[in-house]
Design a protein around this ligand. Sequence first.
Ligand code: NAP
Length: 247
Amino acid sequence: MSDLLSTALVTGGSRGIGKCIAQTLGARGYQIFLSYVSKPAEADAVVQSIMDAGGKALAFKLDIGDSEAVSAFFRDEIKDKVRLDLLVNNAGITKDGLLIRMKDEDFDAVVNINLKGAFCCMREAAKIMSKQRCGRIVNISSVVGQMGNAGQANYCAAKAGLIGMTKSAAKELAGRGITVNAVAPGFIETDMTLALGEDIRQQYLSHIPLKRFGSAEDVAEAVAFLASDKAGYITGQVLSVNGGMYC
Ligand code: NAP
């Protein structure tokens, strides 16, 4: 182990689930690097909250849909500067629509950010973690990547792809002491789900055996477990955090 500071990179750490993951990991002693793309004030507020709680954190503007920017970020901010113990591929977007009306650009944008963006971050992290001979990667998939969802062909394809990529990377990287797992949240209360109408929210609720929506904390605790020493023998798995929606 090097003397460099133990660091967790959380993509999309400015809001919602990523914010909570960053705060939870910050409280557990990691230096947090969080990325955002459009909301610097929110990102700064998360950094401040982690520092107020006695932790260390920095925010970086990084569009994970831009492969060259991702490579430059890992080269300039991470390589030889910190010990990258954990990557959480959390950043994601939706552009919902029925299949027959879905535009190419909406399909491409969702796959580019949710799947290729995670791939680019994972590739760069794997190079650094391989040299360290240790590291953890947690990819935030979704219940709909496991079971499908009308109106989300692009998002479901990306989130299902993320599960396949997780399992492949787990096999490739195990020999280097790196574990790769996915967390598949169900319906979690964040900006992403706030936009849905009350009738759709009630429809979802009727399919959740535990009869409540999930919280960002529910997801963050699952990520923290997979990042912990206690999860050292778990790799290539999908941990569902969905209230029993899909078991
Ligand atoms: P959210 O509240 O909409 O936040 C999305 C985050 O991703 C923000 O921090 C945003 O940054 C960042 N982001 C968006 N596009 C980006 C890009 N091109 N490059 C870098 N960062 C980008 O979403 P959420 O609900 O917390 O979801 C977080 C993850 O969980 C996503 O992968 C989502 O698919 C997954 N998930 C969510 C639910 C749910 O019910 N909410 C369920 C299953 C899975 P800015 O603040 O700068 O815009």
